[in-house]
Design a protein around this ligand. Structure first.
Ligand code: PMP
Length: 404
């Protein structure tokens, strides 16, 4: 894989900040967009903009066709059985809120339990807390060890006849751990319990096959996989989606409305109330094309090499500690140097042109588990290079003594 030809597709990378070449290592927060995605957004508003599914005119027909083509592209990308199992949302957060609210309303009752893990993003904790509060259910938590590996024995111990769903991330946005979803699904399904997977940090890094994983729900965001902000996906198994009530009411999700009674549209439209972000959905299609043309396996290989290299070099720095040392790991490295506050490290790196994230990364329970206020997080994408890692290492070596 030729990194130069990939980088040249991302215009934002070719710039200086504070007079220094930009090194973008905040990809877990959002990835940059290739020109093809930007062009799709422009083309949509220049030539195609129209509200979908309703208008009896040319533009509405074309926009609807491309919107539905994207649904089929997503279906193929994650190998879902049916295209109507793909629901467009605003992002992972909305996807999980949709499931927590709708599944919760249908299946959660007083005294029931929902299992999440201790390494979840707040987006896969709070919606379940809200659902539990509404239904009188309780949250149970799978712990993880010092290396950042989930305790599957503890998961086995937590499941019982009151457990209604297990919700875990595929990849931790703070630790980088790739969780053994197939195994978790097997454990949960042996008790007849469905599994929701937060795939926000997995989808851009390796191939995802929802049938092979066996999960019941899979949620992700377009903006973390080279696509636009404002669009995400909730994949759900047909049998469950059919039984779940609508999440929001409004246009498009209905069959018939009278003041006495409303009947709902079929899948997936039952879950897509109102005007969707059509341009962003088409942009997501371009992002999928970008990933397929680059090769998902090539992306995975490149990022693994970069992560291994960065890990090795970072660990050579005196008193640098990495949080998240699981064997199965993607391109996220959380660390602390000496007793420097992560915010100070991040601010100084920024002045050197290096964009990292600092803080709790919306995973406060992980910080509590380690007894730290936060970390510095460098996260890589397909366009990052070894030279950029070298720049990061030199920068840390330069600033660490200043912060000691
Ligand atoms: N889950 C995980 C693991 C994430 O990393 C993120 C984004 N940081 C989210 C959920 C939420 O994604 P979004 O903000 O795109 O809804």
């Amino acid at each position: 894989m030729e990194t130069d030809s990939i980088r040249s597709q991302f215009p934002i990378l070719d710039q200086k900040v504070y007079g220094k070449p930009l090194v973008y290592f905040d990809n877990a927060a959002t990835t940059q967009k290739p020109q093809s995605v930007i062009d799709t957004l422009c083309r949509y508003y220049q030539t195609l903009n129209s509200n979908i599914h309703r208008g009896a005119h040319y533009l509405a027909g074309e926009a609807t066709e491309e919107y539905e083509q994207t649904r089929r592209a997503v279906q193929q990308f994650i190998n879902a059985r049916h295209s109507h199992e793909i629901v467009f949302t605003r992002g992972t957060t909305e996807s999980i809120n949709l499931v927590a609210a709708s599944f919760g309303q249908r299946f959660l009752n007083e005294g029931d339990e929902v299992v999440v893990s201790a390494m979840e993003h707040h987006s896969n904790i709070v919606p379940w807390q809200l659902a539990c509060e509404r239904q009188g259910a309780r949250l149970q938590v799978i712990p993880f060890d010092d290396e950042g590996v989930l305790d599957l024995e503890a998961l086995r111990g937590l499941l019982n006849e009151k457990t209604r769903i297990v919700a875990v991330n595929h990849v931790s946005n703070t630790l980088g751990t790739v969780n053994p979803i197939r195994q978790i699904v097997d454990i949960a399904h042996s008790h007849g319990i469905p599994v929701l997977v937060d795939g926000a940090q997995a989808i851009s890094h390796f191939a995802v096959d929802v049938q092979e994983l066996g999960c019941d729900f899979y949620c992700f965001s377009g903006h973390k996989m080279y696509g636009p902000m404002g669009v995400g996906v909730m994949y759900g198994r047909e049998e469950l989606l059919e039984q779940m009530p609508p999440y929001q009411g409004g246009g498009e999700m209905i069959k018939d409305v009278t003041f006495e009674r409303t009947t709902y549209n079929e899948l997936p439209f039952k879950f897509e109330a109102g005007t969707p972000a059509v341009g962003d959905v088409l942009g997501l299609h371009s992002a999928i094309r970008f990933m397929q043309q680059t090769g998902v396996d090539n992306i995975a290989r490149h990022e693994k090499e970069l992560t291994d290299y960065a890990t090795e070099r970072l660990l050579q720095i005196e008193d640098l500690r990495i949080y998240g040392r699981a064997k199965e790991k993607t391109s996220v490295i959380s660390f602390l140097v000496g007793n420097a506050h992560p915010y100070d490290v991040g601010t100084l790196l920024d002045k050197l042109g290096i964009a990292v994230r600092t803080g709790h990364h919306c995973t406060q329970p992980i910080m509590d588990r380690y007894g730290i206020p936060g970390t510095v997080r460098a996260s890589f994408a397909v366009y990052n290079t070894r030279e950029e890692v070298d720049t990061l290492i030199s920068a840390i070596e330069r600033i660490a003594p200043m912060l000691a």
